[in-house]
Design a protein around this ligand. Structure first.
Ligand SMILES: [Zn+2]
Length: 1059
């Protein structure tokens, strides 16, 4: 039954005009209530509110529009969003962001909230009365919805409507005894959620920011932004240019660039970025915003600043360009704000008091240099001094020099290890809270009383390899999450071999769309920081049931190749689900020792009789030998195609370690590393072929685009100084010429050249096959036409998607299984981009946390007297007023200056020590000379020099390391040669963690309970430091730049083979 009525809507057009619209409106008796408590057999689909609650909450439209962030706390459950409130959010100012947040909240199954279509419900819909304001009408509608909801659930639970409207509270609160109408903060948050202090504080912070905004001045500081339709038309006509604002972090106040996007039709002559100088022209745009810019007249164009500043190792463009005037413009409007959560530091209290009469309005400084200072209204400025706090931006009016924001939560005191680590996570948008109860409920049980067992129905559905195949794993010693195992055997008759790669069957345990699946998808990867990790999957899977441990039955996804025993060509490939029981859980050194024919103890054989042990040992050794032969063949095939090994053998040859970690990091590069990696690459490649054949438009692959030639210039120039020529015309040529470019006297030369090559590379990327032309599928680094990730589903979500695709392909072939749901191309491409972006965040967080530890390590050492602050460094790049060096002992890179602030240059005394003197610098491509009254001295690329490491402290930003030249000759410490980089680094992390623990212990003992302990505790969700994962996962990361670490370390990343 439907009733037709008319509904009058007052909408606001994008120009801000009010429009009155009359719509036919159909009312129904039955509208789903989406509650598990439903007494009326509603057809509830999708999310339903839990029955397990004390009450339901219905927020008023005003609460949804102004305080949605508070409702985003997962602890607030049983929230009913009415259609009326949602529409109000859709029409409010800044609507697209608010509305998108609301939509994702409603979609996310981890939040216990639903949408109730109250305006279609016959008994809850109210017609707007004559003279009634829109707000009053909305409130009335929502109140009637709350009443309907209560009655519909037969009074099983009280219903609480929360509102900011005092009149509504007066009007409605006494009408119904079980439908409460109360204020959000005072009555609801304080009495219903007293433990959720963070929500109360967020509420206060937002409401204070709102009050302040109302009392703002009207004097204009910036030009108004143009309306959306003017911008749109202007972009179409070519008058304005659309792009993303990128602030130069070294000159954040002055220099920003807009990267040109969109069609080049009108601006074909424009192939560079557009420079935006100064705050007025930036016109309130913030780093990452999509803006429209207007070019200034050519005579006003300016050049970019070319002075050398800190952190100059990162630019890819090769040589700095001359300061030629470049297209310069001003921001005329903002098409999309891309604001995120920012970490800021509160100023010391004295500073607050001295600077402003109104000590509730504080200017806080973001940790990210590119973000402007933010104005916060708070009464807690005194408590928060010198604390790092998360804030969000609310608005930036043309009348204000600074954007307005509000605090969200407190991370802790600046400078403390936990605060700094949490800061890095927030800045990288990494959110990895402990897994929730509801997620853990989905997990299988495996306890002593209740051990997990293989399900008999799975035995029938899977190929059982437990008695037929000798399966083993080779990982670093002590690895707990084993995602890959291998098998190899000669088939009966001797003419064929069978190679097997068996991967943890994660998708058996993680159902698509389950809470665990959604959480893993949101994380996309396991995050490895210097001292800890955040797993993508709960430990019961990652370290237990999915981990292919020795001696236990496990489900696997397998690829089995039948190969010709002579030619090793592929005769047949089988893909599918299996059951395995790994016989040996080997570590690399043990496997290599077996291959070398050394006398070794294999733990699994320790209890056996001599004769049986010998026989088993022979069998295992033969398998390893066969595997090695196969891998050599596969590698040779890829080499022919031009596979690159950039940071290869030499790097690993540098590795050494003390007793604790010798087993993890091999002294010598072991061939068995490459053997395992090669088999994983092979499996990834064959799975890529399979899923791409079946799903040409919706398979997830991984491509590695060839690098841009100009990025190689620095590499080519550097190599030339040592008489090497680097050929970059193809990956094969590059690989060959890098092999040639080795100085027998200084292994660092080749290592640095490979580092530069790495830096020139682009990143490998996931993509959907439907979103990219086939000729771009190529993986440049591995020299394979198709590639994907299949072998690490425990720590990468991409592999989980690929497992599901592979299962769909197999069941489609059999035509037995039901046609499984496939993710459409567009959605898959979006997912691929999300995973790419999470991977970048993971890399940046890893790099920043390594730098944090480096700084903490040096912080308490006196650079003048402490031997550990002096180290050997190699020059690898020349800049206008200094050079870039690499410090092998600590694996760090940085700039050294040859000219200081006073304009003095560094010169050398006869004994090789350095002094600052008036003088000049002369720069050449491969060397730099300083001339003073003492004479002229030249530093060449690849020179070894001695540097002193010290820490440059920063209150609001991260600390950084400072390198200064103290002598122009190599530095030799007694230990320097026997303890190179990795030892330095791991020792460094260990020491920093120990000091931090001691400090916090001491603080506790002294009874100095820090302020804000409760929140601090709440957000310290870190794990025990895990040095093991540091070594395995960071590997050589500190040596490499972010670009392309992974494809080149396919062979060296022991545990993951993450190529
Ligand atoms: Zn119902």
């Amino acid at each position: 039954v439907m009733i037709k009525t008319e509904k009058v809507l007052h909408l606001r057009s994008s120009r801000g005009r009010k429009v009155r619209v009359v719509r036919e409106h159909y009312l129904r008796e039955r509208v789903p209530c989406s509650s598990a408590l439903c007494q009326a057999e509603c057809q509830n689909e999708g999310k339903v509110l839990s029955a397990d609650l004390t009450h339901y909450v219905v927020p008023d439209a005003g609460v949804v529009c102004d305080f949605l962030e508070v409702l985003e706390f997962r602890e607030l459950q049983g929230v009913v969003f009415t259609q009326t409130a949602c529409q109000a959010a859709q029409q409010s100012r800044g609507r697209s962001r608010l509305y998108n947040r609301l939509r994702s909240l409603l979609k996310d199954p981890r939040h216990d909230c639903i949408l109730f279509a109250n305006e279609f419900q016959q008994y809850s819909f109210c017609l707007r009365e004559k003279g009634e304001s829109q707000e009053k009408w909305q409130t009335r509608c929502i109140y009637h919805s709350a009443v309907w909801y209560y009655n519909h659930l037969a009074g099983l639970r009280p219903v609480v409507m929360i509102t900011e409207d005092l009149e509504a509270i007066a009007e409605y609160s006494s009408l119904n005894s079980e439908v409460y109408v109360i204020s959000t903060q005072v009555e609801y948050l304080r009495s219903f959620c007293p433990d959720l202090l963070a929500a109360q504080e967020l509420y206060c912070s937002i409401s204070q920011a709102m009050q302040e905004r109302e009392s703002e001045s009207t004097e204009r500081e910036f030009a108004d932004h143009l309306p959306a339709e003017v911008l749109e038309a202007g972009i179409k006509s070519g008058r304005y240019i659309q792009g993303t604002l990128n602030v130069n972090k070294h000159r954040a106040q002055h220099e920003a660039f807009v990267r040109f996007e969109g069609s080049a039709s009108k601006n074909t002559e424009l192939n560079s970025d557009i420079l935006v100088c100064g705050g007025k022209h930036r016109n309130r745009a913030v780093q990452g915003d999509v803006v429209a810019v207007e070019l200034l007249p050519v005579k006003e164009w300016q050049g970019r600043n070319t002075a050398l500043t800190e952190g100059l190792g990162e630019d890819k463009t090769g040589d700095e360009t001359q300061s030629q005037p470049m297209p310069t413009g001003r921001v005329v409007g903002i098409l999309q704000r891309n604001w995120r959560d920012y970490v800021v530091t509160f100023p010391p209290w004295e500073e607050v008091q001295s600077q402003s009469r109104n000590s509730q309005r504080i200017l806080v400084t973001p940790w990210d240099y590119r973000i402007p200072k933010i104005r916060i209204s708070t009464q807690r400025a005194k408590d928060l001094q010198d604390h790092r706090v998360i804030v969000r931006l609310d608005s930036w009016e043309s009348t204000s020099l600074y954007p307005n924001g509000h605090t969200v939560r407190v991370l802790g005191k600046a400078g403390e290890l936990e605060t700094e680590v949490q800061t890095i996570l927030v800045e990288c948008c990494i959110y990895a809270p402990p897994f929730s109860e509801a997620q853990l409920k989905e997990m299988p049980v495996n306890s002593e009383e209740n051990p997990w067992k293989v399900d008999p129905s799975e035995v029938n559905a899977r190929l059982d390899l437990r008695d037929t195949h000798l399966v083993f794993s080779i990982d670093p010693l002590g690895c707990e999450d084993v995602d890959d195992t291998l098998s190899v055997q000669v088939l009966p008759g001797g003419k064929r071999l069978q190679l097997g790669v068996h991967i943890a069957d994660v998708t058996h345990f993680v159902q698509e769309g389950s809470l665990t699946d959604l959480e893993a998808r949101a994380r996309a990867t396991t995050y490895y920081l210097a001292d800890r990790r955040y797993d993508m999957l709960p430990a019961v899977l990652s370290a237990d049931l999915c981990s292919l441990l020795g001696g236990v039955d496990r489900y696997a996804m397998s690829v089995l190749w039948e190969l010709d025993a002579q030619s090793l060509s592929v005769c047949k490939v089988w893909y599918g689900r299996t059951i395995i029981r790994s016989t040996y859980q080997l570590h690399y050194e043990l496997a290599q020792a077996l291959l070398n024919g050394e006398q070794v103890e294999v733990p699994e054989l320790a209890q056996m009789e001599q004769a049986e042990r010998d026989q088993r040992l022979t069998e295992l050794r033969q398998a390893l030998e066969l595997l090695t032969r196969l891998a050599r063949h596969l590698r040779a095939q890829r080499d022919k195609g031009g596979a690159l090994e950039l940071e290869g053998v030499e790097v690993r040859a540098q590795l050494d370690s003390d007793r604790n970690i010798t087993a993890l990091v091999p002294k010598q590069p072991l061939e068995v590393h490459e053997t395992v990696a090669e088999c994983m690459i092979y499996a990834n490649h064959w799975v890529a072929r399979k899923i791409q054949e079946h799903f040409p438009h919706q398979a997830l692959l991984r491509r590695h685009p060839p690098p841009r030639q100009e990025f190689f210039n620095r590499l080519i120039d550097c190599a030339k100084t040592r008489g090497f020529s680097i050929d970059t015309r193809s990956n094969k040529a590059l690989a060959d010429s890098l092999d040639q470019a080795a100085d027998p006297l200084d292994p660092l030369v080749n290592r640095l050249l490979r580092m530069m090559a790495t830096q020139a590379m682009s990143n490998a990327q996931y993509f959907s096959t439907g979103a990219c032309p086939e000729e771009q599928y190529y993986h440049y680094g591995l020299a394979l036409d198709r590639y994907t990730h299949f072998t690490s589903p425990i720590r990468r979500y991409a592999d989980i998607i690929v497992h599901r695709l592979l299962m769909s392909a197999i069941s489609a072939e059999k035509e037995s299984g039901p046609n499984t749901h496939l993710v459409p191309n567009k959605e898959l491409e979006e997912l691929a981009q999300q995973i790419n972006s999470r991977n970048r965040a993971a890399q940046i967080a890893q790099k920043q946390s390594t730098e944090l530890f480096q700084c903490l390590y040096f912080k308490d050492k006196d650079p003048v007297t402490d031997e550990r602050c002096v180290a050997d460094a190699v020059v690898y790049s020349i800049r206008a007023n200094g050079m870039l060096v690499f410090v092998p002992r600590y694996g760090l890179k940085g700039a050294v200056y040859l000219k200081n602030r006073d304009g003095h240059v560094l010169s050398l005394k006869r004994d090789g020590s350095c002094v600052w003197q008036p003088g000049s610098l002369q720069r050449y491509p491969d060397k730099i000379s300083s001339t003073t009254s003492i004479g002229t001295h030249t530093f060449n690329v690849f020179d070894h020099i001695t540097v002193r490491v010290s820490v440059q402290s920063s209150r609001c930003h991260s600390d950084s390391l400072c390198l200064e030249v103290i002598a122009n000759r190599p530095h030799q410490t007694p230990q320097a040669e026997c303890h190179p980089a990795p030892r330095g680094r791991s020792e460094l992390v260990q020491e920093v963690v120990r000091l931090a623990e001691e400090a916090s212990q001491q603080a506790n003992e002294n009874g100095r309970a820090p302020k804000l302990t409760r929140e601090e505790r709440e957000f310290r969700q870190s794990r025990k430091p895990n040095l093991y994962s540091l070594l395995v996962e960071i590997g050589e990361l500190a040596l490499l730049d972010l670009a392309a670490c992974e494809q080149i370390s396919a062979g060296s990343q022991a545990c993951t083979a993450s190529a």
